[in-house]
Design a protein around this ligand. Structure first.
Ligand code: NAD
Length: 242
């Protein structure tokens, strides 16, 4: 029960990694605000977690972010943990990439995390306590062909993480990133089996990751055990990139 009665906001909580993170916090006593693009999807996660509440929000919409985070504060209280997990891919080689696909990936993955961080920082500063955890990717550290938009957004998240760690450190707010490797979720379900087999063949831990593998790292970074860790990127990839 490391997070008893703490208000924890998780974006992209309807499925995959975000859902596992929301459920993990819920199991440890947190009041979880589950954000997804539709209310039905958010409720799908929230209804399985005691004390959780569902919110529909497009994290790239500044006005909507301000409104929903205001509502979360009224409903549950001031958030002490924010997990910026909402993310999308629009993969394509750059020669064929549509400009709007570059913009939409940056808007959700990077701008959305900026907007949500902005929405919680005042309350955290006042409380002189807080944790922000950004879900980046090994692609943000190493790049990947066909993912110029996604790689730029995830590398940008690492810059955002370090900048905010410096801005908020004196207020006892830590800001860290988790860089997952290849995790089995809907996002990766469409990728060719050959690519999955190759990953398993070269990863020292010889398996793909699970959403729970990422949730474990996020809960650690949000816990008091991690109180002297800030501005860091924790890679959780089964050793794939070593
Ligand atoms: P997923 O596609 O299964 O889930 C993404 C979640 O984000 C969904 O709940 C979706 O509703 C939500 N979302 C999308 N656009 C949104 C928006 N505009 N506003 C609010 N919510 C929105 O993906 P996943 O695999 O669970 O990935 C979660 C995060 O982890 C993403 O940021 C992703 O980039 C990152 N990641 C995933 C992997 C992987 O292998 N699956 C690897 C590295 C990083």
């Amino acid at each position: 029960m490391r997070f008893q009665d703490q208000v924890v906001v998780v974006t992209g909580a309807s499925r995959g990694i975000g859902r596992a993170i929301a459920e993990g916090f819920g199991r440890e006593g947190a009041k979880v605000a589950c954000i997804a693009t539709t209310m039905a999807n958010a409720e799908g996660t929230a209804k399985g977690i005691a004390g959780a509440k569902a919110y529909a929000l497009d994290v790239s919409n500044a006005e909507a972010v301000a409104e929903v985070f205001g509502q979360i504060e009224k409903d549950l209280g001031v958030p002490s943990v924010l997990v910026n997990n909402a993310g999308i891919t629009r993969d394509q080689l750059i020669m064929r990439m549509k400009d709007e696909d570059f913009d939409s990936v940056l808007a959700v993955n990077l701008r959305g995390s900026y907007l949500c961080s902005k929405a919680v920082c005042r309350g955290m500063m006042k409380a002189r306590a807080g944790r922000i955890i950004n879900i980046s990717s090994i692609v943000g550290l190493h790049g990947a062909a066909g993912q110029a938009n996604y790689a730029a957004s995830k590398a940008g998240l690492i810059g955002l993480t370090m900048a905010l760690a410096k801005e908020f450190g004196s207020r006892n707010i830590t800001v860290n990133a988790v860089a997952p490797g290849f995790i089995e979720t809907d996002m990766t379900a469409e990728l060719p089996q050959e690519m999955k087999d190759q990953t398993v063949a070269v990863a020292p831990l010889a398996r793909l990751g699970t959403p729970e593998d990422i949730a474990g790292a996020v809960l650690f970074l949000a816990s008091s055990e991690a109180s002297y860790i800030t501005g860091q990127v924790l890679t959780v990839d089964g050793g794939l990139t070593i």
